[in-house]
Write a new protein. Structure first.
Length: 244
């Protein structure tokens, strides 16, 4: 289990000291940046220090050993989530510009830092190493409009960095659904019922990869079909988690 993200600060300090500075910060255009962010802008990222130990929902009090009310009442079909940041300023704007405007330079710093965070968690055995990364599938019509699936983009970056295979065709959408943004959790779950289908063999240990976990409905439904298909250890990896 992840004991919180206190170790993130130590890891990032080592990374700052070991990586050669250069290039422009995507946030403030400082010339003293690494992985696309300067030290002050990286310090502004809202680290998800205190969170539910299962779904990574940010908590208002200093603990990462407790379960949130939702996980207590409705235990999710996945085992643990690795979500380094809260979906707040400036992470929300960076993800938005990357995801909706195709400005990938705003997503790259988060992806590369996340890869280092995941590597550290695996090395310290806070996480079991997945055998496969599975990006959350995107509706084909939405993908054509956007030009890429951000979950697949993130998964491929993590896969290259961590040498973990990525399978974007393990799960597919079998029908179109309403846009999820304006729906509450119950409506999202109902909207997604029966939308995913596993179409290839699934190993025992997998990680679902997405950009943002909002209500958790999508990852719950994905984890359910993957568990039915034979997965036994299911993790959720995402850049950010909404505060609730």
């Amino acid at each position: 289990m992840i004991k919180g993200l206190n170790w993130l600060s130590t890891f990032m300090e080592r990374k700052v000291n070991s990586v050669k500075h250069g290039g422009l910060c995507v946030a403030c255009l400082s010339s003293n940046a690494f992985n696309g962010l300067c030290d002050p802008c990286r310090g502004d990222l809202p680290v998800n220090h205190w969170h539910c130990r299962c779904c990574a929902l940010p908590l208002a009090f200093p603990s990462s050993e407790l379960l949130c009310g939702d996980c207590l009442k409705n235990p999710p079909p996945f085992d643990i989530a690795l979500v380094p940041w809260r979906y707040q300023y400036p992470v929300d704007g960076m993800i938005g510009r990357y995801k909706y405007n195709g400005q990938r330079k705003f997503g790259r710093p988060l992806m590369e830092d996340f890869a280092g965070i995941a590597e550290q968690a695996l090395a310290c055995r806070r996480l079991v190493r997945p055998e496969l990364l599975i990006p959350a599938p995107m509706d084909a019509r939405r993908r054509r409009k956007r030009g890429f699936n951000q979950a697949q983009d993130i998964a491929e970056t993590l896969g290259r960095y961590l040498s973990i295979p990525v399978a974007s065709d393990t799960v597919r959408r079998v029908r179109q659904v309403r846009a999820q943004q304006e729906l509450n959790r119950e409506a999202r779950l109902a909207n997604l019922r029966g939308v995913f289908e596993v179409v290839s063999e699934v190993p025992e240990r997998v990680a679902i990869v997405d950009d943002v976990v909002t209500t958790g409905a999508t990852v719950r439904v994905l984890a359910s079909v993957l568990r039915e298909a034979g997965a036994r250890e299911i993790q959720v990896w995402a850049l950010a988690r909404t505060p609730g």
